[in-house]
Write a protein that binds this ligand. Structure first.
Ligand SMILES: Cc1cc2nc3c(=O)[nH]c(=O)nc-3n(C[C@H](O)[C@H](O)[C@H](O)COP(=O)(O)OP(=O)(O)OC[C@H]3O[C@@H](n4cnc5c(N)ncnc54)[C@H](O)[C@@H]3O)c2cc1C
Ligand code: FES
Length: 341
């Protein structure tokens, strides 16, 4: 049974197929709505259900607060229409449609960036065009039907020459990341699908930009910065990078270089567990606390935050309390798969 989905903001309508979520139906019909993890964990796809009923899929939509549920909010990646519905979503404008593809790639290079972060470059087939926006992510498809998401850390122009760049943190006991460390080698074939997500630079917004990375959340942020450089964006950019120790700032020299050479670019690393050996004289604590201290008035900025879900949530609360219009908070929460996924 199909249902009609009407977006009252854009005055557009499309139909969902049986058991399809609002997000799946929207993407299939060429409408780009905000989304991230697609698993009900990041909250990027929250929207207001104006009319009708939906059923949320298996995962408990715990990212919705009681107030949000009471206010009629739903998660588009989890909500399956049960009748014709009306929603209220700001569609994302894009220059052109980008096709989601499934492709074989070959591992071109594998480097250790620090004790527990691996950099992979994946060569794309020369006969296939793979388009993406810097900041988006791909899924690596595993043989047992599972998949793992990784953000692309370079731009399409760079990827054409070097391959897609990924930064993979080795999670102790992690099914896939530990395999990357021990088993994935140069010349191996990895099947990928993508690109996904709506974490990319909104180049039409002409306000100062705050970028916040937590750990390997630096990967998509590196893509955003290199996109801004290639496009001569010319806006003030402040990069905060939150990490545990100095070694975890695995491309610190690169960020420092940008701060020294790009007009209007500042770099503020923040360590939460610096060791004596770090001889750290910089900022300490959690990155959201540093931002709370530096930016009591966050109105008038565009903010991009990526990394662990708990950091992204803390940042969203901090920025919201400090006057940022939620519309200008873009995030990519690196949620991990549920135990059986
Ligand atoms: C949109 C998106 C983009 C992502 N981009 C990146 C990226 O660029 N780089 C990157 O390193 N990762 C990224 N991730 C996370 C990545 O997809 C995997 O979840 C991660 O590599 C762990 O996979 P695994 O198979 O090794 O661990 P799993 O076997 O899935 O996890 C095993 C257990 O380890 C614990 N665990 C797993 N991950 C974490 C974590 N991050 N924090 C705390 N505990 C954890 C959990 O208890 C979990 O049950 C992204 C995730 C999403 C949703
Ligand atoms: S909660 Fe829906 S995309 Fe993350």
């Amino acid at each position: 049974m199909t249902h009609l989905i009407r977006n009252i903001t854009s005055n557009t309508s499309f139909r969902s197929k049986k058991d399809e979520t609002i997000l799946q139906a929207a993407l299939r019909n060429g409408h780009l709505y905000p989304y991230g993890c697609q698993s009900g964990a990041c909250g990027a796809c929250k929207t207001r259900l104006v009319h009708g009923t939906v059923k949320h899929l298996t995962r408990d939509p715990g990212v919705l607060s009681d107030d949000e549920r009471a206010g009629g909010l739903c998660l588009m990646c989890q909500a399956v229409p049960q009748e014709d519905i009306e929603i209220d979503v700001k569609e994302i404008a894009r220059a052109k449609e980008i096709e989601i593809k499934t492709l074989p790639t070959r591992v071109r290079k594998k480097n250790l960036l620090c004790e527990d972060v691996i950099q992979l470059y994946l060569s794309l087939p020369s006969t296939q065009k793979f388009e993406f926006l810097p900041g988006q992510y791909i899924n690596i498809l595993l043989k047992d039907g599972k998949e793992r998401s990784f953000s692309i850390a370079n731009t399409p122009a760079q990827a054409k020459k070097q391959g897609l760049e990924l930064h993979i943190r080795i999670v102790p006991g992690g099914v896939y990341s530990s395999r990357v460390k021990e088993k994935v080698a140069v010349k191996d074939i990895l099947r990928i699908q993508g690109p996904f997500g709506t974490y990319f630079l909104r180049k039409n917004e002409k306000q100062p930009i705050i970028l916040v990375a937590g750990g390997t959340g630096y990967a998509p942020i590196k893509g955003l910065i290199e996109d801004a450089i290639e496009n001569e964006l010319n806006l003030p950019i402040t990069l905060y990078w939150g990490a545990r120790t100095k070694a975890d700032l695995y491309l610190d020299e690169q960020a420092k270089h940008w701060a020294e050479t790009i007009k209007g670019f500042s770099y503020i690393p923040v360590l939460s567990e610096s060791t004596e050996g770090d001889n750290w004289t910089g900022r300490t604590g959690f990155v959201h606390e540093a931002i709370n201290n530096d930016l009591p008035d966050a109105s008038g900025y565009s903010v991009y935050a990526s990394g662990p879900p708990v950091m992204v949530k803390a940042l969203q609360d901090t920025f919201s309390n400090n006057g940022l219009d939620n519309e200008f908070f873009y995030s990519d929460a690196f949620d991990y798969a549920a135990a059986n996924e």
